[in-house]
Design a binder for this molecule. Structure first.
Ligand code: NI
Length: 175
C-alpha cells in the first residue's frame, strides 16, 4: 500500500469522465488499497480515483467512527439508481483545500456498484453518507462540488482555494 499524490483543482484529470472498470485484477486491488490509505492519511471521508490521477470509475468512502480499512466502502462502477428528499449541508473536497460551502444534495440515495471481485451490491445512503456518495459520483463524471455553486460564490471559492494552496506551498494546476 502507498499514499498517492493528490490532484488539485486545475488538474485536467479531475475534469475527465472516468472509464468503467472491466478488469478486476490485483492492480485494481492496489488502486483501492492506495485510495483508502491516501484518504485516511488526508483525513478524508471519501476519495475518487481521479483525485490520485487515475481515470477509472472507482471510489472509496468511510463515514465510520473507527476510520480504518475494516470499514471502507469500495465502489467500482457505481450507478445512482434512486434519490429522494433534499439536504443542505457544508461540504469540502481534498482536491479543493481551503473551501467549505453549503451544497444542496438529495437526502437519500441508492447506489448499485461492484466490489473488487466484480460482485454486484447495493448501498443506501442517508444524510452524511448520501451526500458523500453524491460528491464521489460527481468526481467520476468530472464534476466538482463547487460546480453546484452560483457564479459569485464559485469565484470566491476559487480565490479561497488559491490562497490555501499558496499558504500550504502546494501546486495550482493550469486552468
Ligand atoms: Ni472531492
Amino acid at each position: 500500500m502507498a499514499i498517492r499524490e493528490l490532484r488539485y483543482l486545475g488538474d485536467a484529470v479531475l475534469r475527465q469522465k472516468t472509464d468503467p472498470v472491466e478488469l478486476f485484477d490485483d492492480e485494481l486491488g492496489t488502486l483501492l488499497d492506495d485510495l483508502a490509505e491516501t484518504m485516511y492519511a488526508n483525513m478524508g471521508v471519501g476519495l475518487a480515483a481521479p483525485q490520485v490521477g487515475d481515470s477509472r470509475r472507482v471510489t472509496v468512502v468511510d463515514v465510520s467512527e473507527a476510520r480504518d480499512e475494516t470499514e471502507v466502502l469500495e465502489l467500482i462502477n457505481p450507478v445512482l439508481v434512486s434519490r429522494s428528499g433534499l439536504i443542505d449541508s457544508e461540504e469540502g473536497c481534498l482536491s479543493i483545500p481551503g473551501v467549505v460551502e453549503s451544497i444542496e444534495r438529495s437526502a437519500e440515495v441508492e447506489i448499485e456498484y461492484q466490489d473488487r471481485n466484480g460482485d454486484r451490491h447495493t448501498v443506501q445512503g442517508v444524510d452524511l453518507l448520501s451526500r458523500i456518495l453524491q460528491h464521489e459520483l460527481d468526481h467520476l463524471e468530472g464534476i466538482l462540488f463547487i460546480d453546484h455553486l452560483g457564479t459569485l460564490r464559485r469565484d470566491m471559492a476559487v480565490r479561497e482555494f488559491k490562497i490555501a494552496m499558496a499558504e500550504n506551498d502546494l501546486p495550482v494546476g493550469p486552468g
